[in-house]
Design a protein around this ligand. Structure first.
Ligand code: PMP
Length: 426
């Protein structure tokens, strides 16, 4: 039996027989990928796909960026330490030093860094636990449309009913408030929260923290406005509530600034980062928080894989790329191209709502064919050689996230495929 398994090109039988029904993305893109470079993925049958999904935001620098790859290869070749729990290692020191120099210091952030492990959800778990411990309160405010992860704590602050049901969640001490915008229209979230906090009979205790995505990606690509985020910061500060910004998907340069919240010029108390922080698709997750909040006792939030040394090496190298002028110039050109495309789509079909920021674009087909059309668009894109993912409450939004490093020719080619699919399904 084993000998017969998966030897033909694009043979997916081993996955279908052995892998759990929980698998998701492979169903939408049913080929076997074996190589990738820059904006392109290659399947075993020789087909090339442009990747405008980027590992759900983990590959902002594209696949196998040459500068990062060289540093990784050198580290491996030199027998660099591969597993280090949370011990002091040269690789971790290299990352921390560069993170301080490139990210924290220039933004005037005096935050401490906690390495969580190994993926985004654990950074959220740590953020929530720390907020509760530091304030001695248990309530958390989250927003409709939010996505923060699939483990118990992060799922509790995630909006989706289906995901919550699968995790056996109930609302508990989490209060959901409508986000600034969503499929049901605009909402005065700040005014509503203000009212709940001011009214001693509102039924809501003063929460430990508010957790927010400055740009909701899974919720359907809804960017929060500068005013809304500033209002949220002002309100939380005034009531002594911690503000957690989840930058896991929209951070690390996706929206043009390193953190998405920078657009609003606010300073969150706690920030979660993962996905593209390692720049190479290696698992890494961080919770960073104001110095005064560091109330952890040693080992209170621990884990075996909080020290992925290769991820530290890659993350340091990725910050080199982030600093480069040619990278910035390319990013500006790519962003203009994507924005122009979004504007043209909105103009050509007014029922389509187009939203986004920087290199994150959402094409909302909610009132223009809905989830059925979005599914068709995704399939046609894939057939045409382009990978895009859907988001939103019913998967009605086409989420477009090309690598930040994409060249104009490939950008054009990808957007042409998407345009053809949108036109064909009109
Ligand atoms: N927060 C946000 C905003 C996310 O987009 C995600 C992942 N899509 C997570 C948290 C959870 O990260 P992970 O899947 O790596 O656990």
């Amino acid at each position: 039996m084993t000998a017969q398994i998966a030897t033909r090109r694009n043979d997916v039988s081993v996955f279908e027989t052995m892998e759990s029904e929980v698998r998701l993305y492979c169903r939408k893109f049913p080929v076997v990928f074996n190589r990738a470079r820059g904006a392109e993925l290659y399947a075993e049958d020789g087909r090339t796909y442009l990747d405008f999904f980027c590992g759900a935001g983990s590959l902002n620098y594209g696949h196998n960026h040459p500068h990062i790859k060289r540093q990784l290869a050198a580290y491996l070749e030199a027998d660099g330490l591969m597993h280090g729990l949370d011990m002091h290692t040269a690789a971790k020191r290299g990352f921390l030093t560069r993170f301080q120099e490139v990210v924290l210091e220039p933004r005037g952030l005096d935050h401490k860094v906690q390495f969580c492990g190994p993926t985004g959800t654990d950074a959220v778990e740590a953020a929530l636990k720390l907020a509760r411990k530091a304030t001695g309160r248990s309530g958390i405010v989250s927003f409709t449309g939010a996505y923060h992860g699939m483990s118990r704590g992060s799922l509790a602050v995630t909006g989706g009913r289906r995901a919550r049901a699968a995790g056996g969640m109930h609302s508990g001490d989490v209060t959901f408030v409508p986000y600034e915008d969503g499929p049901f229209g605009a909402f005065d979230s700040i005014g509503y929260l203000e009212r709940l906090l001011a009214d001693s009979s509102s039924g809501m205790d003063i929460p430990a923290a508010v957790i927010v995505e400055p740009l909701q990606m899974e919720g359907g690509v809804y960017p929060a406005s500068r005013e809304w985020l500033r209002g949220l910061r002002e309100l939380t500060s005034r009531h002594g509530i911690l503000l957690i910004c989840d930058e896991i998907q929209a951070g690390c340069g996706r929206t043009g600034t390193f953190f998405c919240f920078e657009h609003a010029e606010i300073e969150p108390d706690i920030i979660t980062l993962s996905k593209s922080i390692s720049g190479y698709g290696l698992p890494m997750s961080l919770t960073i928080f104001k110095r005064a909040l560091d109330v952890w006792a040693p080992g209170e939030h621990t884990g075996t894989f909080r020290g992925n040394q290769l991820a530290f090496v890659a993350a340091g190298a990725a910050l080199d790329v982030w600093r480069r002028t040619d990278f910035r110039t390319n990013l500006a050109v790519a962003t203009r191209g994507l924005t122009r495309f979004g504007d043209a789509v909105a103009e050509g079909e007014p029922a389509v709502r187009v939203r986004g920021r920087g290199m994150a674009l959402g094409i909302d087909l909610g009132r223009a064919g809905g989830a059925k059309r979005a599914d068709l668009v995704q399939k046609q894109c894939f057939d045409g050689g382009l990978i895009v993912e859907l988001s939103g409450r019913q998967d009605e939004v086409v989420k477009v996230m090309p690598p930040l490093t994409i060249d104009p020719a490939r950008m054009r080619r990808g957007l042409d495929i998407l345009d053809t699919a949108l036109t064909a399904t009109r």
